[in-house]
Design a protein around this ligand. Structure first.
Ligand code: PMP
Length: 406
């Protein structure tokens, strides 16, 4: 084990609480990660001693709040390997980032008969905004298939990229299966054909070092709350020439250069896309989260989580009637499973009784569930603050659950 996990755990207040009389075993970081004390403190400190609106006041407090807020843009850029921090747009979450692109870039660039290529393993956040766009513009959605192990069929995807394809949007890592897609290869396939790309990095950025400049996608999105930051802080990274050519998403204060009733001119990127008062304290907390992760090291986190995945796979094999959904070789620390005869919701409820928090349901990926032939799964998703003991507790609780339903 490469990390001092006991020290790390002591830095997350919630991890020393109890759930139903048992130590909390939190295995739902894929839905949202827990928060270290430094993130909670950064937000409390900001509200207690530095709070003011940003980009507005000439007074010291507002100038200082603006400085702190804007400093996070640089941290995010460095964290995801973006050379130009002006390419970082703050939004609420990955969902909002995708909607921004679908509305702004989409309506400008997609017309009747154009095609948008997605994959079968997308989260609803990377399906529904494109469907809404397709409906408005008369475009067509095409879907690349995955195999029974949950691996993307790259040949099928390639066959879908034709002269009518305007956009390829796909997930870097599947939230429901853990599959890691060959992101750089897929982006290159699209780029060679002049097709714009959007990568949903919501499940990738928390688990590995990501370099958006190396990946080369036109748009890359993720959510701060999955990288131990607060909810309300998300990121759209976009290529500057595209962002400059795009119309604003929301209009209002903070995104303008000048306004008159005859017409309005817009602020330069990134502020053109950041209308209204943002979630300032969350962005400050997000900055603290990035500092925290950088101090541990994303490569160390990836290596440690991989060890957890290997251990979990070994241990889970002993649970009677378990079937793991998603067997890709390239996989993040996410394990979706079903148990003979037990509905995933019942599994989730039984595990909850043992203090083990897993997600049960369709994981906002109903088309994927259909493809895998299951209505739902239970999902354990790991973070760098989880331990082998957490996995042992999961296995023990699952054996008990399997017994109940046998
Ligand atoms: N994409 C993926 C792959 C996800 O896992 C999630 C969150 N479950 C989202 C998008 C949406 O993230 P958010 O709810 O933070 O917008």
């Amino acid at each position: 084990m490469t990390l001092d996990v006991e020290k790390i755990r002591s830095e997350f207040p919630i991890l020393s609480t109890e759930m139903r009389g048992q130590p909390l075993t939190y295995l739902d970081s894929g839905a949202s990660a827990q928060k270290p004390r430094v993130v909670i403190d950064a937000m409390a400190d900001f509200y207690s001693t530095h709070y003011a609106n940003i980009h507005r006041g000439v007074y010291h407090l507002s100038a200082e709040a603006t400085r702190q807020f804007e400093a996070v843009r640089g941290k995010v850029a460095a964290f995801i390997g973006a050379a130009n921090e002006r390419e970082i747009i703050f939004v609420r979450n990955a969902t909002e980032a995708i909607n921004l692109v679908a509305r702004s870039w989409g309506e400008q660039n997609i017309s009747e008969g154009d095609e948008i290529v997605l994959t079968q393993m997308e989260h609803h956040a990377n399906i529904v905004p494109w469907q809404m766009l397709a409906k408005r513009c008369g475009a067509v959605i095409r879907v690349a298939e995955i195999d029974d192990d949950g691996v993307l069929d790259v040949a099928h995807l390639t066959s879908l990229l034709g002269p009518k394809t305007k956009l390829l949007a796909f997930t870097h890592v599947s939230n429901a299966l853990g599959t890691i897609n060959p992101v750089t290869q897929l982006v290159a396939l699209a780029r060679d054909r002049g097709i714009t790309t959007l990568v949903d990095g919501a499940q990738a950025v928390p688990h590995q070092r990501v370099s958006v400049d190396e990946i080369g996608a036109d748009f890359y999105v993720f959510s701060g709350h999955k990288v131990v930051g607060p909810s309300g802080a998300g990121v759209l990274h976009g290529r500057m020439d595209l962002l400059e050519a795009m119309p604003p998403f929301l209009g209002g204060g903070d995104m303008i250069e000048s306004v008159s009733f005859e017409g309005t001119t817009f602020a330069p990127v990134p502020h053109k896309f950041e209308a209204g008062t943002p979630d300032i304290a969350s962005i400050i907390g997000f900055g603290a989260a990035i500092d925290y992760l950088e101090a541990i090291g994303m490569d160390e986190i990836a290596a440690y989580e991989h060890e957890l995945l290997v251990y979990a796979n070994e241990r889970l094999a002993a649970v009677p009637g378990i079937r793991i959904i998603g067997q890709a070789k390239e996989k993040a620390a996410v394990i979706s499973f079903v148990l003979d005869d037990a509905h995933p919701h019942d599994i989730g409820t039984c595990l909850d009784g043992e203090g083990v928090a897993v997600r049960a349901g369709h994981h906002c990926a109903q088309p994927l569930m259909k493809r895998m032939g299951v209505p739902a799964t239970a999902r354990a998703s790991f973070a760098f603050y989880n331990t082998r003991e957490d996995i042992d507790r999961l296995v023990k609780a699952l054996v008990k659950t399997a017994d109940l339903f046998a």
